[in-house]
Design a protein around this ligand. Structure first.
Ligand code: IPT
Length: 474
């Protein structure tokens, strides 16, 4: 009897205290959650332009010119394995219309090249290498086509749909399709409605990079530049019309829109060289490790996914210098983030939700245990009393993206006594968090660190807070 009374009076309250917070605003679909976890995707621009030393061929180059002397997609995927890049998108057809696979729907392809006497198939070799090395394969099938005279007509819609089917049926799982907006203004949303239907039917898990008139189908958006930086803030939400009417909304693409009605996060496409395709004269212009490190913080560190382009050369190989740069980038990432100096801290928050959502979950290196604040507040202060004085110069925050963008204002300060607090200027007055937010600053030494959540749409929910020290360059 006593127990029954206890259950009747006390349990409902404690259950309430343990309940998961409700989502706020638009939330990601399963494809977008998988996509965020890739963090970096490789892009491979390889095609007729590689052999004509061009970037935007006019579609008139003879197929005979396509002739890689040592193509080896295993070399490409080995580079990715070493660089810790889990996904890659191959250009199967760029705007010059030349097809890297022996499409049944055009003669403008590898089947009329010298390469392997017309019996080669780059997409097949790429997909096989990806499969063997556990890399997720994606495809760029240029919507714009300067070779095919049907471009922009209903017959082109058939042509493109047939090619999409070929690529999505015959090469195993395809994890992303890339709909470049460049030059593609003739293609109305009607074209893309049909093609999106093909994608969804044949590869339900395939992420769509959508631009301009493919805006309705976009799982991820263009970031508004090809230089490797997302905005600050960078919201995953945006109004679909900002994607459609791209030219007037570069800022919105770059920063997202906190009150946007759709969840379409930014994918940051940038080349490791000045151009997308290989040019020998750019061999000494490969981006430095320091530049790639900046790009990493300005893309992955700003709630976005980095799409980093490697241009394979005429042999069909990635040059050694490009591979060395991304090896070093991976070394920096791994060595920076291997030790969270907030681990072992004693951690308190103001607006406690209950034991299950204890702020200690922020440093347990697990995505499935969360800190959440009480529903009665949209702000909170979380104080970390470190095990001893620590020196750090990088900060990492991760929200639980499944529950939407919640926090809209935050700052981090540090202290040597837990009473006098000093702001970290680079981490003051910040807005978005999302999948991952990283900040770099001059090294500081502290015994206490504090995250102040100063504004939000609902109670904060984060799964990670980390402070790190960058290693000295190797
Ligand atoms: C730009 C397109 O307009 C945009 O839709 C997207 O596809 C982007 O390319 C990808 O980088 S055009 C480019 C010359 C800025």
């Amino acid at each position: 009897m006593f127990f029954i009374i206890m259950i009747g009076t006390c349990l409902p309250l404690s259950i309430q205290a343990q309940q998961a917070p409700k989502p706020v605003g638009p939330v990601p679909n399963a494809r977008q959650i998988e996509w965020y976890h890739r963090e970096i995707i490789a892009f491979f621009h390889f095609g007729m332009n590689t052999f004509t030393n061009d970037n935007e061929g006019d579609g008139k180059a003879s197929p005979q010119l396509f002739n890689p002397t040592a193509l080896n997609c295993k070399q490409w995927t080995n580079v990715l394995k070493k660089a810790g890049i889990p996904c890659a998108i191959l250009v199967a057809k760029h705007a010059d219309g030349f097809c890297n696979w022996p499409s049944a729907h055009t003669d403008y392809s590898v089947k009329n090249s010298k390469w392997k006497n017309g019996r080669g198939d780059v997409v097949k070799e790429f997909a096989a290498a990806c499969k063997a090395d556990g890399i997720k394969a994606g495809i760029y099938l240029g919507p714009h086509d300067r070779h095919d005279s049907r471009y922009g007509t209903p017959a082109y819609s058939d042509y493109y749909a047939s090619q999409l089917s070929e690529l999505l049926r015959n090469y195993g799982p395809i994890w992303e399709i890339w709909w470049d907006g460049a030059g593609a203004d003739k293609l109305t949303t009607e074209f893309y409605t049909r093609w999106a239907d093909t994608v969804r039917r044949l590869q339900p898990q395939c992420v769509v990079f959508g631009t301009k008139n493919s805006y309705r189908f976009a799982d991820c958006r263009w970031v508004g530049n090809e230089s490797g930086f997302s905005g600050d803030p960078c919201w995953s939400t945006i109004n679909p019309n900002s994607i459609r009417d791209e030219a007037d909304h570069i800022k919105e693409l770059n920063e997202g829109e906190i009150d946007g009605t759709a969840y379409v996060p930014a994918e940051v496409d940038v080349s490791i060289r000045p151009s997308w395709f290989y040019h020998p004269e750019e061999d000494n212009k490969v981006k430095s490790v320091a530049t790639l490190w900046d790009i990493y913080f300005n893309s992955v560190g700003r709630n976005s996914v980095l799409l980093l382009n490697y241009p394979p050369n005429k042999e069909g190989l990635i040059p050694a210098v490009d591979t060395q740069r991304t090896d070093s980038l991976r070394w920096l990432i791994n060595n920076t983030f291997k030790t969270n100096l907030a681990k072992g801290a004693s951690i308190r928050s103001l607006h406690v939700r209950g034991a299950k959502y204890n702020p200690a979950n922020l440093v347990d290196n697990s995505e499935s245990t969360w800190y959440a604040g009480s529903d009665a507040f949209t702000t909170d202060t979380i104080t970390f009393q470190l095990a001893s004085a620590k020196t750090f110069d990088v900060l990492k925050l991760q929200e639980v993206i499944e529950l939407g963008h919640r926090t809209t204002g935050w700052s981090v300060d540090y202290s040597m006594d837990g009473k006098n607090w000093i702001a970290i200027p680079e981490a003051t007055g910040k807005q978005s968090i999302g999948y991952k937010w990283l900040v770099r600053f001059r090294p500081v030494t502290a015994t206490h660190v504090r995250l102040r959540i100063t504004a939000g749409k609902a109670c904060p929910v984060l799964h990670s807070f980390g402070i790190y020290k960058q290693p000295k360059a190797s």
